[in-house]
Design a protein around this ligand. Structure first.
Ligand code: ADP
Ligand code: MG
Length: 243
């Protein structure tokens, strides 16, 4: 399980995470919802140390980190290895082929052999229906295809958790669906994921747990059924589009 406790993150004098605590269970899909600017990306990025809160703690099973203390290179590496991030705009390397985009981090960061990483990359590409695109370049692919490749790239690192920050917000609806179906499959297979999304239908179908963030704190933490069917007035307003 990932557990963050009492995290405070400031930008200048503005507190964007306000003593926030939350758990993300193993092998489950947690969906983070909330209005724009509420701190969702900051929270997600705190988990893989792209953002460094001023205080609070992070634990991944036995690994424990105090954000207020200096972190050794080894601990930072071990923590970052637990997660892989998928970005809204996929951020593939334009000068590398699809296959190289997937194999480069496992080779350079984890020291795996080319044979092993290529075999795994090809397997992942066929799982997302893109086996025949291995030697193309990202610019030759649609946004939906590029996002599926960026999911393969994340999976190639064998992370415990995949972190996805609005993975389909930049896609047209028909391309969005291809990506959502893959995420639903991964969720069913027990791949732990933490997904920030504005797609309520998807959230309802994929989530094992919903976390609602507002103004830097957690306003709801529970099941999709509680969230969508039995929640507070504030959440009903959010769901009806009155953000
Ligand atoms: P969300 O992902 O929910 O839209 P963010 O986590 O991106 O929210 O942002 C939370 C708040 O922190 C917002 O008010 C945003 O403007 C501010 N913020 C985010 N990143 C930075 C930054 N690098 N510098 C200054 N302010 C930031
Ligand atoms: Mg965001």
């Amino acid at each position: 399980m990932i557990s963050v406790k009492n995290i405070i993150k400031k930008y200048g004098s503005k507190e964007v995470l306000k003593n926030l605590s939350v758990d993300f269970p193993d092998g489950k899909t947690t969906v983070i919802l909330g209005p724009s600017g509420s701190g969702k990306s900051t929270l997600l990025r705190s988990l893989d140390l792209l953002v460094r809160p001023e205080s609070g703690t992070l634990s991944f099973g036995d690994l424990k980190l105090d954000y207020a203390q200096p972190v050794s290179k080894k601990l930072s590496f071990d923590v970052r290895k637990k997660t892989s991030m998928v970005f809204q705009n996929w951020n593939l390397f334009p000068n590398l082929t699809v296959l190289q985009n997937i194999t480069t981090a496992p080779e350079t960061v984890l020291g795996k052999s080319k044979e092993e990483t290529e075999a795994k990359a090809k397997k992942l590409l066929s799982q997302v229906g893109l086996a025949e695109y291995a030697d193309r370049y990202p610019s030759q692919l649609s946004g939906g295809q590029q996002q599926r490749i960026s999911i393969c790239r994340a999976l190639a690192m064998d992370p415990e958790y995949i972190l996805l920050d609005e993975p389909t917000s930049a896609l047209d609806p028909e391309l969005e669906n291809q990506v959502l179906l893959i995420l639903e499959d991964l969720s069913k297979m027990g791949q732990a994921m933490i997904i920030v999304t504005h797609n309520m239908e998807f959230a309802r179908s994929v989530a094992d747990k919903i976390v609602f963030v507002e103004d830097g704190d957690i306003l709801f933490d529970g099941t999709p059924d509680q969230f969508f069917n039995h929640s507070t007035t504030r959440i009903k307003d959010f769901l009806s589009g009155i953000t």
